[in-house]
Design a protein around this ligand. Structure first.
Ligand SMILES: Nc1ncnc2c1ncn2[C@@H]1O[C@H](COP(=O)(O)OP(=O)(O)O)[C@@H](O)[C@H]1O
Ligand SMILES: [Mg+2]
Length: 254
């Protein structure tokens, strides 16, 4: 039996009276690339924030591999103790829409700091690996620059390198290109595609349908806090079965 890298089951989350997640189950297998699509306000970011412990679930369970982060007791989520949460945090990386780099630290420092501080890795080794990641992201020569000297696309590639430096088992992306113009979008998508080719496990919230079709093994359509439809990318995007999926995709095509 293969173990899921991440499994979220029956996830529920409300903000006041607003039920944002209404029983979402998402299991991600090793090496799988899952694209999450859906209308604004449908709960995509909340789903990623709950999966990455930035928000707490009201109901449902969450595990990373064999590590249970939260289990469900009579419809209420009960979280594990601090040590388990800390261990879980080292299993995933998160790339936001707005990069969230440290503005006064160089590219090299932005990437190498967390492995040194969080994982207590040796400075020389962390910096060597950071340089390799910088080259892999097409950013050679940018090591000593600070974020404001880079384009948005370059900053986003630094934030991807920063996430990879911690050797996550799964990478989550929340609309990684929505702040970028088309040219810069392409270079970021290229990097994500190269990670997919290396079988990096990824969950990507995106509004780029052609990218989702190309990169994702599975597409999940989330609307109104529920998974309305999921399946192979060609099926969900090119031949959607559900009326809500069809309506969403045809609105995008206009
Ligand atoms: N921290 C929060 N406090 C209150 N409401 C929130 C919060 N975060 C998200 N929401 C609400 O949850 C709903 C889903 O938002 P979100 O998960 O950001 O959707 P998406 O990413 O699909 O656009 C929206 O109605 C939004 O206003
Ligand atoms: Mg969002």
């Amino acid at each position: 039996m293969t173990e899921y890298v991440m499994s979220l089951a029956g996830a529920r989350k409300a903000f006041g009276a607003n039920e944002v997640l209404r029983g979402v189950t998402l299991e991600v297998s090793p090496g799988e690339v899952v694209a999450i699509i859906g209308p604004s306000g449908g709960g995509k970011s909340t789903l990623l924030r709950c999966a990455t412990l930035l928000e707490t679930l009201d109901g449902g369970s969450l595990a990373f591999g064999d590590l249970t982060v939260a289990h469900d007791e009579a419809g209420r989520t009960v979280y594990a103790k601090g040590d388990a949460l800390k261990a879980a945090r080292s299993r995933f990386g998160l790339v936001f829409q707005n990069y969230n780099l440290f503005p006064h630290r160089t590219v090299l420092q932005n990437i190498a700091d967390a492995p040194r501080r969080v994982q207590k890795r040796d400075r020389a080794e962390a910096e060597r690996e950071a340089r390799e990641l910088i080259a892999k992201m097409g950013l050679a020569g940018c090591e000593d620059k600070v974020p404001c000297q880079l384009s948005g696309g370059q900053q986003q590639r630094v934030s991807i390198a920063r996430a990879l430096a911690l050797h996550p088992e799964v990478l989550f992306f929340d609309e990684p290109t929505s702040a970028l113009d088309p040219e810069l979008t392409a270079e970021v998508l290229r990097v994500i595609k190269s990670l997919a080719a290396e079988h990096m496990t990824m969950v990507i919230v995106t509004h780029e349908m052609s990218f989702a079709r190309e990169v994702a093994d599975r597409v999940v359509f989330l609307d109104g806090g529920q998974i309305v439809e999921e399946g192979p990318a060609e099926q969900v995007i090119d031949r959607p079965r559900e009326a809500r999926t069809k309506a969403f995709l045809s609105r995008l095509a206009d």
